[in-house]
Design a protein around this ligand. Structure first.
Ligand SMILES: [Zn+2]
Ligand SMILES: [Zn+2]
Length: 235
């Protein structure tokens, strides 16, 4: 799927999480949320909500729309031709092996890791920020999906660019964004403050949070200014 389609379903997922309008509603079971939703006819509510979610920001983005327009060609070049062709051309791998390993096996593994965010990270793990929702913190998913498994945090603070409280722990995606922020290409990054996290975890969490039940540690964290962005310092 291209960026536009992926972002659309992601927005619908966050707005209508675990309802009939959620494209990969985890309440319909592991297999449905993992991969079944991509093969089955979507629930009518999903079709309705996909049409009403605001996508004007991405529609105004020339790169996103360019990728959407040329997606089949780009998919062929970057997902099949280059990964399969490079070993064949440069070190005489045979085409059959390269096709099955570098396209089919690789693609199958990376897709399943991404799918785990919608299935596993909505089922098994801790809920330090909100025990009333089904999304969880899952270390295995975070390691495999480069930081996308801190899913309890992500659903409580979906606008936090780090998609996790600790941007540096098993979160290569955050470091990737940080690198581009350093270059100046990424900006206006938002993060939840320690105080916000503390209050939410204390009020709604399942008690598994490492410091939010300890005022002293909160003070220390605020005092140290741990990982505070400019936005956080303002709030
Ligand atoms: Zn999300
Ligand atoms: Zn989710």
């Amino acid at each position: 799927k291209h960026v536009y389609a992926w972002a659309l379903d992601h927005r619908v997922h966050h707005k209508y999480t675990e309802s009939d309008a959620d494209p990969h509603n985890a309440k319909r079971g592991f297999w449905f949320s993992h991969v079944g939703w991509l093969f089955l006819t979507p629930h009518p509510d999903v079709v309705v909500k996909r049409k009403v979610v605001d996508m004007s920001d991405l529609e105004a983005d020339p790169i996103v729309m360019w990728q959407k327009k040329y997606y089949p060609l780009l998919y062929f070049i970057f997902t099949i031709a280059l990964p399969v062709g490079i070993p064949v051309y440069f070190w005489n791998e045979n085409l059959w092996n390269s096709f099955w390993i570098n396209y089919n096996a690789r693609y199958c593994i990376t897709l399943n890791i991404a799918y785990c965010v919608n299935s596993v990270a909505h089922m098994w793990g801790q809920k330090p920020y909100d025990r009333n929702i089904n999304s969880v913190e899952n270390v295995a998913v975070s390691v495999a999906a480069l930081g996308e498994g801190w899913h309890n945090f992500h659903h409580v603070f979906p606008w936090d660019y780090k998609t996790g409280e600790f941007g540096t722990r098993f979160n290569l995606s955050t470091q990737f964004i940080d690198f581009f922020a350093w270059l100046g290409w990424a900006y206006d990054l938002k993060s939840a403050t320690p105080k916000m996290i503390y209050n939410r975890a204390k009020k709604c969490g399942d008690g598994s949070h490492c410091w939010a039940h300890n005022e002293e540690k909160l003070d220390k964290r605020i005092f140290e200014g741990a990982e505070l962005t400019d936005h956080e310092k303002d709030t």
